[in-house]
Ligand binder design. Structure first.
Ligand SMILES: Nc1ncnc2c1ncn2[C@@H]1O[C@H](COP(=O)(O)OP(=O)(O)OP(=O)(O)O)[C@@H](O)[C@H]1O
Length: 606
């Protein structure tokens, strides 16, 4: 493992997020200083009362310091409350801002990043690790400042009362540091192990829950239990090491403290007998030394907390250092010609692409020009690069060579959001989010009116089954759309794509794994939809060739044969819709010649 970032590095890294809290932290610091000053003054009043009122038996000498003590206590309490509240407020606001920043960063990383990560671990980094950075950078700053001030203040007061006695009792102060230092290394290693095990626990639970059907159907619950147990035991052992170290630290510090206090009292008794100090003076002195220990202890504890937080910061910095594979062009961006036609032209111009860390190219010298409004079926054997075309078109990645063009504009020269505003994508796994059907359809356009949502559902042939759901469009779908069949989930995904009204529609295997009837339901809307936009349909399914103007067959990352235009639709020459608008696709036709030539298999179309 690489060395954890140093404190300075961590501060430099996260300081910008702390900047808006500077005023709050400063006021909190001032109030906590006032609270410490009030404590110091209260002890002074205690000394005056002991010597002038108690020892002298004078009630008159009691009132003035007594009243002052009360006033000081009230001011101290208010300052202490204000300081604690403001520092907590600043620290939590920092936490909220940092978490938002990390999430925003992670959301913009390329799909490839997530392919190599476990979701649970990412969740753990955005919760526990963000909190440990907050403890270090925000609350840690106030605590350290206040503790340091306390040490200086109480040591100063003790020195003022009796400098010789004070120096004697300070002689043992470095022992606090030595003890804290000794424990820090062990705490750091244990914290690293604890943070990593925490990520593993979150990952195991998240994976187990999201694949619950797979786990149950394969009878693998015990294996999942064992995985969680193993991660939990690693976490438990690390926690025990942490607990052993910190619970040894506290009693050790108490022993050092007791030695100091006994030393002070022993020498003090001798001093009183020699009449060199009053009893009130000795008690106040002992109180200052006693007040000195908590901030000293705090400094030791903060040293250990900082060590632990470095392990979290290390994991967070690693996340923040990950760079998205694509970003907006730094030297200005090109303009997309105004739309208006049915769809936009899409072109892959001698594109070569290899996934990060992959040995082979997924696409090589790939050329394909799609006219505006054209409906192209992209087919070919598994793993040949079909889905990669969609990923390049959506600019999840940039090609290593060649260009992907939208209406003649190079995608790498267009702002990323403009590219994605042009393309609606229906992925292989139709995503269903937790929320109502209406919210699911409107995901890409949250401002859509209910009427627009229903219109999109109609276009995707989803309206009828949605209305049959218990609460229609207001039916809450579970995170994975458990209420819906595979075909229905796809139609919701198509409705979502339709609602975005983009000039380009890309569908990746929309009929995969569906039976004939569900497939017919998914295919039916495509014919209508393709009339008003450029449509790229990625599929193994030869029967879908019926729908397309052109079939493109891929082999080894290239177009295997010249893409042949169909006689049907070209942009601007759209035929009148069929009377009943139903698909003419024959869904049970065999695939006579394999994937090598779907055109041959397609035959004539009515
Ligand atoms: N994230 C990735 N990292 C590395 N290699 C990848 C990644 N995604 C895909 N590949 C590889 O790139 C090649 C093309 O993959 P792609 O998903 O485009 O194929 P496909 O034709 O869509 O396959 P299928 O029909 O099975 O969906 C395959 O060899 C695949 O193993």
């Amino acid at each position: 493992m690489t060395a954890a970032p140093g404190i300075r590095e961590i501060f430099a890294r996260f300081r910008p997020h702390l900047r808006p809290e500077r005023a709050g932290l400063l006021v909190a610091g001032v109030l906590l200083v006032v609270a410490a000053l009030a404590d110091t003054a209260a002890i002074w009043m205690f000394m005056l009362i002991t010597d002038d009122a108690l020892a002298a038996g004078s009630l008159d000498a009691f009132w003035a310091p007594g009243a002052a003590w009360l006033g000081i206590a009230v001011v101290g309490a208010l300052a202490s409350f204000g300081g604690a509240y403001l520092s907590a407020r600043a620290a939590e606001r920092f936490l909220v801002r940092l978490r938002a920043h990390v999430f925003a960063h992670v959301q913009r990383l390329s799909p490839d990043f997530f392919a190599r990560r476990r979701t649970g671990d990412l969740v753990a980094r955005m919760s526990g690790d963000v909190e440990s950075v907050e403890r270090l950078v925000a609350s840690g700053v106030v605590e350290t400042g206040t503790a340091l001030f306390g040490v200086v203040l109480y040591a100063g007061a003790a020195l003022y009362l009796r400098w010789d006695l004070a120096l004697l009792s300070f002689a043992l102060a470095p022992a606090f540091w030595l003890v804290a230092r000794k424990f820090s290394a062990g705490i750091r290693d244990a914290s690293r192990a604890e943070r990593a095990a925490n990520g593993e626990i979150a990952s195991t639970v998240a994976e187990g829950l999201s694949h619950v059907e797979l786990v149950q159907s394969a009878n693998q619950q015990q294996r999942q239990d064992a995985k969680l147990h193993a991660a939990s035991m690693r976490w438990f052992r690390a926690k025990l090491v942490e607990a052993r170290l910190s619970s040894t630290y506290a009693p050790l510090v108490t022993v050092v403290e007791t030695v100091c206090i006994l030393l002070v009292i022993g020498v003090g008794v001798w001093e009183i007998s020699a009449d060199r100090i009053t009893i009130g003076g000795l008690m106040a002195f002992a109180a200052y030394i006693g007040y000195l220990y908590p901030p000293l202890q705090d400094l030791g504890r903060i040293t250990m907390a900082v060590t632990a937080a470095r392990a979290g910061a290390e994991r967070l910095v690693e996340l923040l250092d990950a760079r998205p594979a694509v970003v907006d062009a730094p030297d200005g961006t090109a303009q997309l010609p105004p739309g208006g036609r049915p769809g936009r032209a899409v072109e892959f111009d001698r594109v070569a692409f290899r996934y990060p860390r992959a040995a082979e190219h997924a696409l090589r010298d790939f050329r394909l020009a799609i006219r505006p409004g054209e409906f192209v079926l992209v087919t070919g054997p598994s793993g040949v690069g079909k889905s990669t075309l969609a990923k390049l078109l959506l600019r999840f990645y940039d090609p290593a060579a060649g260009r992907v063009l939208l209406d003649g504009a190079d995608l790498t020269r267009l702002p990323l959001h403009v590219v994605r505003d042009q393309i609606a994508f229906v992925p292989q796994e139709a995503d269903v989010l937790h929320g109502t059907v209406a919210e699911n359809i409107a995901f890409g356009r949250p401002d859509a009116t209910p009427a627009e949502v229903v219109a999109a559902a109609r276009e995707a042939d989803a309206d009828e089954f949605v209305r049959a759901l218990p609460e229609g469009y207001e039916t809450v779908l579970g995170e994975r759309g458990a209420l819906l069949s595979g075909g229905q989930r796809r139609r919701i995904a198509i409705a979502r794509a339709v609602l975005r009204r983009t000039p380009v529609l890309v569908l990746d295997e929309p009929t995969n794994g569906l039976d004939a009837e569900s497939k017919a339901n998914v295919v039916a809307p495509l014919r209508k939809l393709s009339r008003t936009r450029t449509t790229i349909l990625i599929s193994h399914d030869p029967e879908l060739a019926e729908l397309a103007d052109r079939v493109v067959v891929l082999r080894g990352g290239r177009v295997a044969e010249p893409a042949r235009p169909r006689s049907r639709v070209l942009s601007g020459e759209l035929p009148a819709p069929a009377a009943d608008d139903r698909p003419t696709v024959r869904l049970h036709r065999p695939w006579p010649a394999g994937l090598t030539d779907p055109l041959r298999a397609r035959g004539g179309r009515a």
